[in-house]
Every structure is written in structure tokens, then in C-alpha cells.
Design a protein around this ligand. Structure first.
Ligand code: GAL
Ligand code: MG
Length: 974
């Protein structure tokens, strides 16, 4: 006999969003619940209606996705395209279906109680059976499903719980987010019991004026409500009083029968400590539901933050302040478990974001685990809560398809019902990339009635016109809009909505060029309020190279510092044998798959600096407080003065008491030496006390200013070794294994490739320059070498003038780029050193990687690093490891021998173990074989990084111009 739930074929019925699922609510039932996480019996069927072999069980960890747990159904990555050709709502016949089973021992004391099963999240259709009897169905892969098991399970006796999870369904068509496809139960499963008389929901409104209103929905599982029930509550011990006016009005309302119970309790908190992302003050609310005799039937506990969100004119205000939204898009991701993340992982994600100056996340592109919102409340992050709706491949058909209407409203409503009490949630989002249709307006209508306290956004609606997105968006929230368009809109006089990009600055590979330019414009332009960087994670799954399998949950300890142990790699699209995939587009985050920060995070941290150096004049340094709500008391600071003579002086700094927006002059604690040399002042700002997201002493920002520009170069004494050249006019030097030659190319970044620049470079032939010696002229000790570098596009003339001096060699170079060589990667010298020079010390920007359009976060100072640590191991190898604004450096062996280079001006320099062609020859970081010596690039000009893998390219100011480039440097042995 076919099971009735299977016979229903709910995986191909978009109108059926659930069956017998309980309504969503905001009561946290996790405390006191019986956890059902752990190993379950498991079998993977080839299709939902395939017969289940009797003895086929293996085990599977719940929560978890079977795609990383040793089954043959592996993860697959596609961005927009669906992994099967069927049109919505159809699905392929081959449809992996996980059957999970376990015994549950319902405690005997639960007899007579209301017993509820909660499945945290299952993708994409969940069928529930107990002892073979059908219990319910749910879709909506990133929200919990609850089912009443009271009549089904028998307290004191074991029952068999079966969860069947169907991977492909009509719902997959609206869960077509840009991420790995997995299958499984991704969040915790639990069982809880309440009295039949219970709090079905609790809704909290808490404003910055201290007013608190708590609306309680009371139900009785037996049907009618018993007479005489009432609710009480307290907030941090302060009793709440029941609103009798509300009760009387309700009692007079015929609709409010004995079955439907509503009660309201309220209070006003004087001198309330308001919640905001900087000072996330929380109170604890306890609500009690009493029986007529005063005994407590049910309790709900909830943390409460008092705050207001409103849109006034074109500003989004939190507690009346126009806060900047320094956001990032965050997916659920873990390199071992795929989509299952623990509370500790979520805390680590959010703590890291706080440490790098973020104050907001968009839950791209579905609601997060309940714990994520608890943590955001606690740590202080604004949340744009996004419903699980992305119909990307079939967006146009689905947005107006009435078969999907219920699913749209259901998904948005369930998110709002669950998360409405969190102060962190400041905006509801209707989903992502699903075109714009009547289904969206229906969902927007539901939210506006249910929760008028928060704005709604939807990018697809805002696309119609930023000034008039219609009912579905209160915010103009484009993605990847060019900065000049944003500016033009803000200055046009037609702007009606806050402009906050839901996605911008695509972080794929070596990226996020012009981030500082964006923020300079945002902070200078009323109407621009920020945005959400795309995205937090590089979704590389840890993979065993030998058999191509995911390492799975057991892979702990096989990675670190952004890379993997030998024999493993970070898998991206195509690495699991997918026939069709979107490659490394899945690796586009500001952190590596192990949460190691990429260099862009240091850039972001500086851009978001809470305290900044406004100016420097002789009377002192002017500091400013750039926060919205708090002073500088939580910060400690040290002055650092980097001098051209190699010294770094430090002195304690006393931060002035400044309210937000205020500035004050402070005295410079140093006298500048009178050698006329370059001097840079940096204020190292750290946390003064432990913060919930960082220990005391954690770096917060390091604003800096030049105090004195570089003086003229030191004169050199004539003399030195005569210049030696080989037959091709190439320098012969005991410390170099490859002489300095002209370089016009870099290993293409993802932005270079996908933005179309690298294909053009290849057409120009920049990756295969052929050098031909033209002339060698000697004038005393000075030697001039001219060579032609031929590419498909033409010829570049390169001149090197070698002038020996006592102890070294001066090299003056020039290269003339004809007009065909427009927008090349770089113009500069490349050479290679002998092995053993493993330490780089430099005076310039650092310590982390920086490029011309991503250099705001790297202070000028004296830095040192092992050569191996300079390189950034982006998942798909590409140009990396550059340092901007380098004035001079030494490369040395442990015995202090080596070489020293002095540059004529601050230049882009990179020192790595890889030639550009080493990086382009491979597809994954684990295939790179470091060279023994160093590959050194000194660039007269280096192209900015931009973000063209998805969005705007760099600005014209960061392109390499044609014409003549000149640069000079000296080379000495140490
Ligand atoms: C956006 C989309 C994201 C992601 C990004 C590119 O269009 O909303 O989900 O695909 O582009 O990485
Ligand atoms: Mg998409």
C-alpha cells in the first residue's frame, strides 16, 4: 500500500506548502527541549517513491547534509541555472531522497502534555512519520517545521520517528540561490512538551522611548480555552501589568471566542538603555501564562532591545540616527559540514565581522538559524532578514505564477512570525533575484499589516526605479550599481528612498578594489547610506584529492591559515564531477573557507574606523569620533611614528572624550628628527576592555597621516663593480638568477578574467612577450641597454641604464607603451633571486597585501614578513601578495646576507615564490609548487583590482596609462 504522503507527491505540488505543520511563532522552545541530534539510521533512495530496502541502513549525522557524508550524491555548484532541465514545478525522476529514522523515548512525565516535534531545517521537502503513520509535510528549507505529536507518540514508550527528505521539488525552483546544492537536515531536531494551555506566540514591541508592549496568543490544545487564565510578566525583575483596556475591548469583540485568547501586557522603562549595533543593550523579558488558580501553565523568555527603525525622507534611521550600513552578505557555510553550522561557528562569524568594522548582515538568501539572531542581538549587528525565495533561473515565470503564490506569502510570513522580536532585525527582505510580480506584492502586503514597525526591501522591485519601487520595497537596494550612478541618483533631486546596496564590491579572489572610494562618496553624500559586500564566505568544501570526496565532518585539523593540508584542497564548482557548473564563482567571500580573513578585511576595518585623524597642523592632530552612538571610552591607543631612518617611535595616546561627530585637537607626543626624512604617524587603536566579540587589546583601526614627505635621495659615491651583462644584454648579478626584465602582465585575477580584461591581454599577447636586444652602449662605467618587447599587438621599447656606485648599482628604466597597449596589468621590472633569501623587510604600506585601489587599510611603516607568508592563497591561483607604496626593502637570509632595493618613489612591489605563469598554469592552490628563490616585481604602474567579476571595474585613475613610464631603483648586496 502506498504511503499517503508519498501518494500526495508533495514534491511536485507548489500549492502545497505544508500539511499539518503548526503555525510559526516566536516562542523559543530550545531551553528544556529533548534534543534529537546525533546519528540516525539513514538510507538514500534514488527517488522519493522508490521502495525502501529492509536492511539497507547506514547512519547519518543529524544535523548534516548527506552530500558530504559519504553517499554518492555529492555537492554540486551552479549559480543561476537549475541543475535539471524541467520547468517549474517539475523535477527530475532521479531525485535523491534521504530517509532518516530513530527511536524516540518520550518521557513518561509528558503524559497529558502537548508534545511537539521541531525539525530545524530540511531541504527541500520534509515528510514526517511516527510508527509508520503520516504526521505532516513541510517545505521552506531554512525555517523550522513543527508538528503536534501529542496523539501520536506514547509517553513512556519508544516510538519510531522517520523523517524523509526529498532533494528536488517544486520548492527547489524557488531555492535557486547561488551556492552549493546539498540535501539533508541542516539544523537541529528537537522534541518539547508544553501544557495543553500554552503560549502559542509572543510578540514584543520595544521602542526607544522605553515603552514595551507584549502581545500574547494563548491556545489550548484541547480546543476551548479554560476560564480564568491570565498572563503576567517581568522585565529584568520589573513587573509588567496587563492592559485592561485591551482586554475589555477584546472581550467585547465577538470574534474573540473562548478558543482564541489574546492578552497584552505592558510597561514603560524609565531611562531605558536603548539597543543599537554599537551598544547592544538587552533586557530579559519573562512572560507567564497562568491558570485560573494562579499556577503557571507556560513560560516564555525573550531578550528585548529597545529601539526604533524608521524611514524619514531618504534616510533609514535607527533611534533617530542615520546609521551607515557597513554590511556583508552571509550564507550558511562550513567547509566540512556544508550547510550545517554550529552556534559556536555563527558566533565566530559574527565576532569576526565586528572585529573588522561591520555593523550589518543580510541573511543571503534565506533566514538564518535562530541562534544567529540571538547572537546578532547580543553582539550588535543590524540584520536584513531575507526570506527563502530565489527563483533565479525561472524568475520571470514564477513571480506571477499563482501556483507559487502561497509559497511566497508563507515563506515571508513565517520568517516575520519567527524573527519579529529581535531588535537586530531592522528590515525584512522578500528574497532575492526572482524578478518582480504579484506574488511579491502579496507577501509585502502581509508584512506591512503584520509588522508596520520595520521597512521592507526587495531588490527586484527596486530595479523598476530607485525612486519608485512600489509596494514591495521601501529602500532602493540595487546590486553592483556603479558608484557614479548612485551619486547621480543622490544628487538628482528625485531620490525618495534610502539608497543601500543589497550587494556591492564582489569579493571574488583578489578583489574589492575602490572600496575606500565608495565609502568616501557614501560619507560625503546625503542619500547614500552604505551597503552589503558580496559576500562573507569563500564556499570551498574541503576535498580529498585522492578520491575527490568531501573530507566531511571528520576533516577537522586538515586546514588552517586559508589553505589545506597536503592531499586536500578547497573544492569549488566542477570539482565533484558536476557535468555543468559555475567554477570558482562560489569562492567570492572576504574570508577563506576556514574563516581566515582575506586582506580586504583590513581595508574594511580601516574604512569603518570609529576614530579618525581629521587633519594635522603644527598645533597638533585633530581626532574625530565617527560612531553614531557612543564615545571613545571603549578604546585604547598608541602613537607610532615611522621614520625614514628605520626607527619606529611609540608613545601612549590619550583619546579625548568625544561624543559622536565631535572632534578635538591633541598634542603630538614626538619631536621630528631634523634629518628631513619621511615621517608617518599612525594611531594604533585597540579595545580597552574585553568585548563580547574581542578580547582587550584587539586592533580596531590604525588611522594615519604623513607628517613629512620624503626628502631627496641620499647621494651615492662613484665606484663599485663594473656592470656585467650576458650576450643578450641581460644583467649578470651574483644575487640574481634571472635578470630584471620588463613585465606588462600579471596572473589574471578573477576580476581580470570575468571582467574581460585578461582575455584582451591574451589577445594583445602580453602573456608571451618576446624580448629582442636592440643595443648596448657603454659610457664610462654606465651601460645603457635597449630592448624591444614584441607582443601580438606591437612592440614596447624598454631602456635600462645601469650605473654602478660604491656598494651597488643604480638602474634607471623606461618603457614606452604605444596606444595599442592600453589598460595593461602593469609596467615594471621582474627579476628572480638566489635561494635562501626568506625574509622581506620593507618600508612602505603593510603589513598585509595591498594594491593601488585597495590600499587604505595598510599603514606606512617598517614591516617584516617571511616571504612565504606574503602570498595570499586565493582558491584559484592568481596575482597576489602585492604591497603598495613600497619605498625600499631588503631580502635576507638568516645570516643577514642578501640584497637591498631602494625605489625612487613609493611603488607596487611583490615578492613571492611564483612566476605569473606558475600561477596561471594551475587551477587550485594545492597544485602550486613554490620556487626556491624569490620572484620580485617592482612596478612603475600597476592596474587596480576593481570588482569586475560581478560589478564595476576599477576607476580610470587606477588604470595603467599608455606613453612613457620611468622608474629607478638601486640594488645592493647586504
Ligand atoms: C548576485 C546574487 C548573489 C550572487 C552574486 C554573485 O547577483 O544575488 O547570490 O550570485 O550575484 O556572486
Ligand atoms: Mg542568483
Amino acid at each position: 500500500m502506498t504511503d499517503p504522503l508519498i501518494a500526495l507527491r508533495p514534491w511536485q505540488a507548489p500549492e502545497l506548502t505544508s500539511w499539518r505543520r503548526l503555525p510559526m511563532n516566536a516562542v523559543d522552545r530550545r531551553p528544556g527541549a529533548l534534543g534529537l541530534d546525533g546519528d540516525w539510521r539513514f538510507h538514500l533512495l534514488p527517488a522519493p517513491d522508490a521502495p525502501l530496502p529492509a536492511d539497507a541502513w547506514t547512519t547519518s549525522a543529524v544535523p548534516g547534509v548527506w552530500t558530504v557524508q559519504g553517499t554518492d550524491d555529492l555537492p554540486g555548484y551552479l549559480n543561476v541555472r537549475m541543475p535539471f532541465p524541467q520547468f517549474p514545478p517539475h523535477t527530475p525522476d532521479a531525485d535523491p531522497t534521504g530517509v532518516y529514522e530513530r527511536e524516540i523515548d518520550v518521557p513518561a512525565e509528558w503524559a497529558g502534555r502537548r508534545i511537539v516535534l521541531q525539525v530545524g531545517a530540511a531541504e527541500s521537502v520534509l515528510l514526517v512519520h511516527v510508527d509508520g503513520e503520516p504526521v505532516g509535510v513541510s517545505k521552506d528549507s531554512h525555517l523550522a517545521a513543527e508538528f503536534d505529536l501529542s496523539g501520536t507518540v506514547r509517553p513512556g514508550r519508544p516510538s519510531t520517528l522517520r523523517l524523509t527528505v526529498v532533494k528536488w521539488s517544486d520548492a527547489s525552483h524557488i531555492e535557486d540561490q547561488d551556492q552549493w546544492w546539498h540535501g539533508g537536515i541542516t539544523r537541529s531536531v528537537l522534541l518539547y512538551a508544553t501544557d495543553p494551555l500554552h503560549l502559542a506566540d509572543v510578540g514584543v514591541r520595544a521602542g526607544r522611548d522605553g515603552r514595551l508592549r507584549v502581545d500574547c496568543q494563548v491556545r489550548d490544545a484541547r480546543g476551548a480555552l479554560p476560564a480564568g487564565w491570565y498572563v503576567t510578566g517581568d522585565l529584568d525583575g520589573r513587573p509588567l501589568t496587563q492592559d485592561t483596556e485591551f482586554d475589555r475591548a477584546n472581550a467585547e469583540d465577538e470574534r474573540v471566542s473562548g478558543f482564541l485568547g489574546e492578552a497584552r501586557i505592558e510597561t514603560v522603562v524609565p531611562d531605558v538603555r536603548t539597543w543599537n549595533a554599537e551598544t547592544p543593550e538587552l533586557y530579559t523579558l519573562t512572560v507567564r501564562l497562568h491558570r485560573a488558580d494562579g499556577t503557571v501553565a507556560d513560560t516564555a523568555t525573550q531578550r528585548v532591545g529597545f529601539r526604533d527603525v524608521e524611514i524619514v525622507g531618504r534616510d533609514l534611521l535607527v533611534n533617530g540616527e542615520r546609521v551607515y550600513i557597513r554590511g556583508v552578505n552571509r550564507h550558511d557555510f562550513h567547509p566540512l559540514t556544508g550547510r550545517t553550522v554550529s552556534r559556536e561557528d555563527m558566533r565566530a562569524d559574527l565576532a569576526l565581522l565586528k572585529r573588522f568594522g561591520f555593523n550589518a548582515i543580510r541573511t543571503a538568501h534565506y533566514p538564518g538559524d535562530p541562534a544567529l539572531y540571538d547572537l546578532a542581538d547580543e553582539l550588535g549587528l543590524y540584520v536584513v532578514d531575507e526570506a527563502d525565495i530565489e527563483a533565479h533561473d525561472h524568475a520571470h515565470e514564477i513571480a506571477d505564477d499563482p501556483r507559487y503564490l502561497a509559497a511566497f506569502v508563507d515563506r515571508v510570513a513565517r520568517m516575520v512570525l519567527r524573527d519579529k522580536n529581535h531588535p537586530c532585525v531592522i528590515v525584512w527582505s522578500l528574497g532575492n533575484e526572482s524578478d518582480y510580480g504579484a506574488n511579491h506584492d502579496a507577501a509585502a502586503g502581509w508584512v506591512r499589516r503584520h509588522d508596520p514597525s520595520r521597512p521592507v526591501q526587495y531588490e527586484g522591485a527596486a530595479k523598476r526605479g530607485w525612486a519608485d519601487p512600489g509596494v514591495a520595497s521601501d529602500i532602493a537596494c540595487p546590486m553592483y550599481a556603479p558608484l557614479e550612478e548612485c551619486l547621480a541618483h543622490a544628487l538628482s533631486g528625485t531620490q525618495t528612498k534610502p539608497l543601500i546596496q543589497c550587494e556591492y564590491s564582489h569579493a571574488m579572489g583578489n578583489s574589492n578594489g575602490t572600496l575606500a572610494d565608495h565609502w568616501a562618496a557614501i560619507e560625503a553624500t546625503p542619500g547614500l547610506q552604505g551597503g552589503f559586500i558580496w559576500e562573507f564566505w569563500d564556499h570551498g568544501i574541503l576535498q580529498r584529492v585522492s578520491d575527490g570526496r568531501p573530507a566531511g565532518p571528520a576533516g577537522t585539523g586538515l586546514y588552517g591559515g586559508g589553505t589545506t593540508a597536503p592531499g586536500y584542497r578547497w573544492a569549488y564548482g566542477g570539482d565533484f564531477g558536476e557535468a555543468d557548473h559555475d567554477g570558482a564563482f562560489i569562492a567570492d567571500g572576504v574570508v577563506f573557507p576556514d574563516r581566515t580573513p582575506k586582506p580586504v578585511l583590513f581595508e574594511h576595518r580601516e574604512i569603518a574606523a570609529p576614530v579618525r585623524i581629521e587633519s594635522y597642523r603644527h598645533e597638533g592632530i585633530v581626532l574625530g569620533n565617527h560612531q553614531h552612538f557612543r564615545g571613545l571610552e571603549w578604546l585604547a591607543a598608541t602613537w607610532e611614528l615611522a621614520l625614514a631612518d628605520g626607527r619606529t617611535l611609540t608613545a601612549p595616546a590619550h583619546l579625548p572624550a568625544l561624543r559622536p561627530g565631535e572632534t578635538a585637537a591633541v598634542q603630538l607626543p614626538f619631536a621630528l628628527p631634523d634629518d628631513g626624512g619621511e615621517a608617518w604617524l599612525t594611531l594604533r587603536v585597540t579595545t580597552a576592555e574585553d568585548q563580547p566579540w574581542a578580547p582587550r587589546g584587539t586592533e580596531v583601526c590604525s588611522p594615519r597621516t604623513p607628517l613629512r614627505p620624503a626628502g631627496p635621495p641620499k647621494p651615492t659615491r662613484p665606484g663599485g663593480e663594473p656592470v656585467r651583462l650576458d650576450g643578450d644584454g641581460l644583467l649578470v648579478h651574483p644575487l640574481l638568477t634571472a635578470a630584471p626584465t620588463l613585465s606588462l602582465w600579471r596572473a589574471p585575477t578573477d576580476n581580470d578574467e570575468l571582467g574581460g580584461t585578461a582575455p584582451r591581454w591574451r589577445e594583445l599577447g602580453l602573456d608571451a612577450l618576446v624580448r629582442k636586444l636592440s643595443s648596448v652602449e657603454r659610457d664610462g662605467a654606465r651601460v645603457t641597454v635597449v630592448a624591444e618587447y614584441a607582443a601580438a599587438a606591437g612592440v614596447v621599447l624598454h631602456r635600462q641604464v645601469f650605473t654602478p656606485f660604491a656598494g651597488g648599482l643604480r638602474i634607471d628604466e623606461s618603457a614606452e607603451l604605444p596606444p595599442e597597449f592600453s589598460d595593461v596589468a602593469r609596467v615594471g621590472s621582474v627579476f628572480e633571486t638566489v635561494a635562501g633569501l626568506d625574509l622581506l623587510e620593507w618600508f612602505g604600506q603593510g603589513p598585509w597585501e595591498s594594491y593601488p585601489d585597495r590600499a587604505a587599510g595598510a599603514p606606512v611603516g617598517h614591516h617584516a614578513s617571511p616571504v612565504d607568508a606574503l602570498f595570499t592563497p586565493y582558491l584559484r591561483p592568481q596575482e597576489s601578495g602585492g604591497r603598495h607604496g613600497v619605498r625600499r626593502f631588503t631580502l635576507s637570509a638568516p645570516d643577514a646576507t642578501g640584497l637591498a632595493v631602494e625605489l625612487d618613489a613609493p611603488r607596487q612591489v611583490s615578492v613571492t615564490r611564483f612566476r605569473a605563469e606558475d600561477l596561471t598554469a594551475v587551477t587550485h592552490h594545492d597544485q602550486l609548487v613554490p620556487r626556491a628563490g624569490c620572484v620580485v616585481h617592482l612596478d612603475a604602474a600597476h592596474r587596480g583590482l576593481g570588482t569586475a567579476s560581478c560589478g564595476p571595474d576599477t576607476f580610470a585613475a587606477y588604470l595603467v596609462p599608455t606613453g612613457v613610464h620611468r622608474w629607478s631603483w638601486t640594488l645592493r648586496a647586504l
